[in-house]
Design a protein around this ligand. Structure first.
Ligand SMILES: NC(=O)C1=CN([C@@H]2O[C@H](COP(=O)(O)OP(=O)(O)OC[C@H]3O[C@@H](n4cnc5c(N)ncnc54)[C@H](OP(=O)(O)O)[C@@H]3O)[C@@H](O)[C@H]2O)[C@@H](O)CC1
Ligand SMILES: Nc1ncnc2c1ncn2[C@@H]1O[C@H](COP(=O)(O)OP(=O)(O)O)[C@@H](O)[C@H]1O
Ligand SMILES: [K+]
Length: 500
């Protein structure tokens, strides 16, 4: 599913109107009907609604929703911000239709007291949507702050008012929605970690926008859903043998951090690598051999941490390195040797990324076709401080192209920057995965997918999707509260089955 810019969203509406021979007012009615249906199904049956409308088409949606809620027999109050000022034609048409019903339409005016919100009301925010072109100020900003402070549930139509679609919004007043009902496809701003305080739970409402426009219009960003993951998945051929699926070398662990190595190794084994060898310090030998008999060991001479390259590096196809290795000087020197001698693409995670942050020019040695898996802190250590996620995703795309590798930015909607200049936001995963160890599982899985011959782009997209899907399966079984990162590994089978 593609993610469009504000200009493309406007063009999408226009193409739909043109293609379907309908008026923009008809499309507004359809969008409003989808919102009304959602509200009727998801809000308490006896809750009164309080709608706050701007004077653009977002406000027009709001007025149409009011009319539809009234027709459904619900109690509704409605306010328009500065109603005497210029309005869009479709707003005006809906205003006339609503006024004809006899309902009193309140006004929110500069300098006048703001309307009170009866306890238990559901607030619907239809102030501004995709047309926002400057930060909220004056009465709109004051109303936004008051609605946020009211404690009421707020359902935002299309976007939380005050949130820009494709640039940062963190320094001015923005509605803090409980739910955002957005039209057609998720918008860029709704996928970024920095906007988490504003967007609440996002619901994408299909309002029958043109599929032809969506297919034909280019966008650098897409939403990684089951469809995109399935398109990249290759089932194991019936006559395959273990040599068909590559040999992964996983370099992980140090004293006290062997859990990270075990999680990554088990995920690599379940992720489908044909052969798995683990380069671990001596202290981990017994636990690895006992807990994961499927793994071969390339045990380091050092008891407590990794110090030397395993012999015969050519035996391996892919190297995954980082979970739990520490950042001491000997380990850093070893990472440099790994970068020099890796026989194929690499997955770099955790401490490997922190070491690289200290030696950024080592990145030049990264084999093309590799995958870097930073979370936002590791990302900033590696590529410099960023003040916004919009900048981070741009840097990720630049780095992916320069390194000819995939660069992740992990989070609720992990961003996968691909070497071809496009990037995907993941649709799977849940807060039960916000635990130490979840990232180690991803590293093992990505290594296994690379070992099986997937390109960096396909491995990164599939790995991130499967990891989140395993998380969703684990949460369904054990709850987001009680699930463990090791449950992700047990549920990888369910995740793979979603791709059949
Ligand atoms: N047929 C369609 O297209 C459909 C559209 N749909 C709906 O339309 C929404 C987009 O509507 P929209 O383009 O009219 O913009 P909207 O967000 O209502 O803003 C209104 C105007 O406010 C102004 N303004 C901007 N920032 C401001 C600020 N900070 N403070 C004060 N004023 C500010 C600015 O006008 P300006 O001031 O620049 O003259 C802007 O034009 C979309 O999100 C969806 O809900 C659906 O019905 C589906 C069919
Ligand atoms: N709220 C969340 N929603 C979805 N996925 C999440 C969430 N929190 C964490 N994750 C996922 O869990 C993993 C955590 O990785 P990381 O931060 O490296 O942790 P660690 O290496 O300590 O386990 C990432 O893949 C991330 O996308
Ligand atoms: K809105």
């Amino acid at each position: 599913m593609k993610i469009f810019t504000a200009a493309q969203v406007r063009a999408w509406d226009a193409a739909t109107i043109d293609e379907q021979g309908i008026s923009s007012l008809d499309l507004m009615e359809r969008a409003a009907a989808c919102c009304t249906e959602w509200l009727l199904h998801h809000c308490p049956p006896d809750a009164p609604f309080a709608l706050f409308c701007g004077r653009g088409n977002n406000g027009g949606d709001g007025l149409a929703i009011v009319r539809q809620l009234l027709a459904a027999g619900r109690s509704v109050s409605v306010y328009v911000v500065q109603p005497g000022r210029a309005a869009s034609p479709d707003f005006a048409a809906n205003h006339t239709r609503l006024a004809a019903s006899g309902i009193s339409i309140g006004a929110v005016e500069e300098g006048a007291p703001l309307p009170g919100i009866p306890a238990g009301s559901v607030v619907v925010d239809a102030l501004f949507g995709a047309g926002l072109n400057k930060p909220l100020e004056g009465v709109a900003a004051a109303l936004t702050v008051a609605l946020n402070d009211s404690g009421a549930s707020i359902i935002s139509i299309d976007l939380p008012s005050g949130l820009f679609m494709d640039r940062p919004s963190t320094t001015h007043a923005v509605i803090r929605a409980t739910h955002t009902l957005t039209f057609g496809a998720p918008k860029l701003a709704l996928l970024l970690q920095e906007n988490a305080p504003f967007i609440g739970a996002v619901q994408v409402l299909g309002i029958g926008l043109s599929t032809r426009f969506a297919q034909e219009t280019q966008s650098p960003y897409f939403y990684l859903t089951n469809k995109e993951a399935k398109a990249r998945f290759r089932p194991r051929p019936r006559f395959a043998h273990k040599g068909s699926f590559g040999h992964l070398l996983l370099a992980a662990g140090a004293r006290g951090k062997m859990g990270a190595a075990l999680l990554a190794a088990t995920a690599a084994a379940r992720g489908g690598a044909g052969l798995l060898s683990c380069h671990i310090p001596r202290c981990g030998e017994l636990v690895l051999q006992t807990a994961l008999p499927e793994a071969m060991l390339a045990t380091d001479a050092c008891e407590d941490f990794l110090t030397e390259l395993p012999a015969d590096m050519d035996r391996y196809d892919v190297v995954a390195i980082g979970p739990g290795i520490g950042t001491s000087d000997p380990v850093a020197e070893l990472l440099e040797r790994y970068l020099q001698h890796s026989p194929g693409p690499m997955v770099l995670d955790a401490d490997a990324l922190n070491i690289l942050a200290q030696h950024p020019y080592w990145l030049l040695r990264l084999p093309p076709g590799s995958i870097l898996t930073p979370h936002p802190k590791e990302f900033d250590r590696l590529f410099g401080t960023h003040t916004s996620d919009f900048d981070r995703i741009r840097t990720a795309l630049d780095q992916a192209a320069a390194l000819k590798s995939a660069v992740l930015l992990k989070g609720h909607h992990t961003f996968v920057a691909l070497p071809d200049g496009t990037g995907a936001f993941n649709s799977t995963g849940n807060p039960g995965m916000a635990r130490g160890g979840s990232g180690d599982v991803l590293t093992g899985l990505l290594g296994a997918l690379l070992a099986q011959g997937y390109s960096a782009a396909d491995a990164a997209l599939l790995g991130v999707y499967l990891h989140g899907a395993a998380g969703d399966s684990a949460a369904a079984a054990a709850s987001a509260e009680a699930m463990l990162p090791s449950d992700l590994i047990l549920h990888l089978g369910n995740a793979f089955r979603r791709l059949y």
